[in-house]
Design a protein around this ligand. Structure first.
Ligand SMILES: O=C(O)CCC(=O)C(=O)O
Ligand SMILES: [Fe+2]
Length: 234
């Protein structure tokens, strides 16, 4: 199965309307290795690749450890629902994940929209209080050590404009942990979470302002994804 121009056009429309889109059967894997220029060419159909983190737009998401304290892209295990670069004042608009070698035991992509994240709190005994807390521009996240240099700022999780910014395991000191715990628990168990299995040569493009992403648990050290973050054009 090969992706065509029509597939790209359809993916852009789906992305605009739903907040995420899948492309299947792209030719970016040769002999089990990623073809980075092919990946960047595909990503560039959706936006301008960002090299802000690590000085490279194509980041290897490949476990080197099972240590749960390591960042998602460097360890096995699951990843709770989050947006990328939440610790930046302006996160990249889009995140693409290219599957070079799926895990043989999980690592399935999970997706939840901002509106379903809000719905996930419905019926909670403190629903209104939690939503009010999450809408306050009070939240801050730790900047990963190699990426220092962002002046401190605070932002809302769910400002009420359809966007979301979130990562529960990276909250700065002094965060409202109780709200965070309740929200994270509702997110992870929300029935609206979509589980998306990516095969070799498949990619997902995510609107990093309108959907959360994560992954199910895996232990297979051979899993290999390439992540590209993008700015909206230009
Ligand atoms: O491993 C994955 O599927 C996603 C990784 C991720 O979300 C990240 O590195 O930010
Ligand atoms: Fe991520």
């Amino acid at each position: 199965m090969k992706a065509s121009i029509d597939d790209f056009q359809a993916a852009k429309e789906t992305l605009a309307h739903r907040g995420w889109a899948v492309l299947r059967g792209l030719p970016f894997v040769h002999d089990g290795e990623p073809d980075i220029s092919s990946i960047l060419r595909t990503a560039a159909c959706f936006g301008r690749p960002s090299d802000r983190e690590g000085g490279t737009p194509a980041w290897a998401v490949r476990p080197a450890s099972d240590d749960a304290r390591q960042t998602f892209s460097r360890r096995t295990g699951g990843a709770t629902l989050h947006t990328d670069a939440q610790y930046r004042r302006v996160p990249e608009h889009l995140v693409c994940l290219f599957a070079v070698r799926p895990a043989d035991d999980g690592g399935t992509t999970r997706i939840l929209s901002a509106s379903d994240a809000r719905t996930a709190l419905r019926g909670h005994e403190r629903e209104h209080r939690l939503l009010e807390r999450l809408a306050r521009p009070d939240w801050a996240w730790r900047v990963p050590a190699p990426f220092d240099g962002e002046p401190p700022f605070r932002a809302a999780v769910l400002p009420g404009d359809g966007t979301i910014r979130w990562r529960v395991d990276n909250l700065a000191a002094g965060a409202d942990r109780e709200t965070a715990r309740e929200f994270a628990q509702r997110l992870e168990t929300a029935p609206q979470v979509i589980e998306l299995r990516l095969g070799v040569g498949d990619a997902v493009v995510l609107d990093n302002r309108r959907v959360l992403h994560g992954r199910t648990f895996f232990a297979d050290r051979r899993r290999f994804m390439v992540r590209v973050r993008l700015w909206d054009r230009p």
